[in-house]
Write a protein that binds this ligand. Structure first.
Ligand code: NDP
Ligand code: 2IT
Length: 447
């Protein structure tokens, strides 16, 4: 078995040696899925995983735009159309200076498994740009988004590829992107998700990733007859996912102690309550400020510059910022402090070594492709409402989201339970996600 996995990874490394994040994501899947393939004749010898690690299509393009000083700026735009076996390509757009092929291929690869887990008919894709929205004016953001869409529009469509938000792409950017798509195509379709409530967006989509992550963690805690009530919770990030994860934790009776951004973290020993969270939302989403400004409003809290929040003692940790933000040392600190549950809101926030430490300690650990799938699942619900030209209520969408997270949890139990009863949610999510895509690929032949 070990040899099978090594031989596969050697081949993938030969082709993608310069893409560390992509290789990291592939390695994690290969280690759990190859043993399953070898045991099941219908998949064995069909090179399904080898086909899955090669994107169906990679689009890379130039994005030229003019900044407020009248200078011409040039950025790179991408869309990775990874796998369309079970539905049109679906996945977010990331605008961040670190965006490159490795980051987007890892995200697109993860998205294929995640979307499969949602049970909705969505293939996987991801895109974005090395454009940095930080410090840009609204007009600069608009000009960039319009320029980006003036090329991307040829490659997407409501039945082909449906982008959405991710880091650096929120409701403001989605508006500008949609506006240019509509103008160029002269049609109003649900080609992007995360739209505003008055023009085709779904209720609960802004909340969905963060809420979904907490619903998933709740399901994991229930297996131990436990809950969020009275728990100390640390959250990283202070963007879309972190904000709504924090909101749901507070609603369920947990105490949120931290939030962060790329400059450091804030620690509020009294807990970040709903009023303080409203302050953070205004600070981040409207004023576009830094998390350090929290301590100006709440001076009893502390700002710890240049660090991540994992050193704070907690029961539950929700990493909701970015990839590889939690390493082995952080994992050991969390474990030594008595942490019982880690549920990933971000994509691949824990390093491989950190996950090994969590598994060794046999705590509850959920990989992002399972626990953050509520965002894309609700995007799927937005697509359905757009096709039906209909709008479900907040409660209807929230109930569907809860059901989907509960179903994903069940799938993880089905495929992830070890002989000693410990649930390896990484293995469970990878195999459950794989099976559905593999069946579709087998049925459709060599294409
Ligand atoms: P936002 O842009 O709204 O927020 C990102 C947050 O993460 C910010 O607080 C940002 O801080 C912080 N961050 C970003 N990069 C770094 C870095 N290199 N080091 C430290 N902190 C960093 O993005 P989202 O909340 O939407 O996304 C967060 C994570 O969740 C990502 O991994 C994304 O892929 C994942 N995700 C998002 C979904 C969605 O629906 N939006 C769905 C599923 C997963 P700063 O402002 O300083 O950059
Ligand atoms: O990583 C993700 O799942 C997202 N950024 C959301 C994708 C989507 O299509 O809603």
């Amino acid at each position: 078995m070990k040899r099978n996995i090594e031989a596969f990874l050697e081949l993938v490394k030969e082709r993608n040696g310069h893409e560390p994040e992509f290789l990291q994501a592939v390695e994690e899947v290969a280690e759990t899925v190859i043993p399953y393939i070898v045991k099941h004749d219908i998949y064995y010898g069909k090179n399904i995983l080898l086909r899955m690690v090669e994107p169906e299509r990679v689009i890379s393009f130039r994005v030229c735009w003019v900044d407020d000083k009248g200078e011409i700026q040039v950025n790179r735009g991408y869309r990775i159309q990874m796998n369309s076996a079970i539905g049109p390509y679906k996945g977010g757009l990331r605008f961040h200076p670190t965006v490159n092929m490795s980051i987007l291929k890892f995200l697109a690869f993860e998205q294929v498994f995640k979307n499969s887990l949602t049970t909705l008919p969505m293939g996987g894709g991801k895109g974005g740009s090395d454009f940095d929205p930080k410090g840009k004016s609204d007009n600069e953001i608009m000009r960039f988004c319009h320029a980006f869409m003036s090329e991307l529009f040829r490659h997407i469509g409501p039945n082909t590829d449906i982008p959405a938000g991710d880091i650096g792409v929120g409701s403001r950017e989605i508006g500008f992107l949609f506006g240019m798509y509509k103008k160029l195509r002269n049609e109003f379709t649900g080609v992007i998700t995360g739209k505003g409530m008055t023009w085709g967006g779904s209720l609960i989509r802004p909340e969905a990733t963060g809420y979904g992550n907490v619903y998933f963690a709740q399901k994991m805690l229930e297996t131990k007859n436990d809950s969020f009530k009275g728990k100390d919770v640390i959250v990283s990030g202070s963007g879309n996912v972190a904000q709504y994860a924090a909101e749901k934790v507070i609603q369920l009776g947990g105490k949120v102690l931290t939030l962060s951004d790329s400059s450091g973290y804030i620690y509020d020993a009294n807990g970040i309550d709903i009023d303080k969270l409203a302050f953070v939302m205004e600070l981040k989403n409207v004023k576009r400020g830094r998390i350090s400004e929290y301590i100006e409003a709440y001076p009893t809290a502390k700002f710890i510059k240049g660090k991540t929040p994992w050193e704070i003692k907690c029961d539950i940790a929700l990493p909701c910022a970015t990839q590889n933000e939690l390493n082995e040392e952080d994992a050991n600190t969390l474990l030594n402090n008595g942490c019982i549950c880690v549920s990933e809101g971000a994509n691949m926030p824990s390093t491989k070594e950190a996950i090994t430490a969590f598994h060794k300690a046999k705590i509850l650990f959920a990989p992002g492709k399972a626990s953050n799938a509520g965002g894309v699942a609700t995007s799927g619900l937005e697509m359905t409402q757009n096709s039906l030209r209909y709008k479900w209520t907040r409660e209807e969408v929230d109930n569907k989201l809860k059901d989907i997270m509960s179903d994903i949890h069940k799938s993880c139990l089905e495929f992830g339970k070890d002989e000693d009863g410990y649930v390896d949610y990484v293995k469970g999510a990878n195999i459950a996600g794989f099976v559905k895509v593999a069946e579709a690929m087998l049925a459709q032949g060599i294409v």
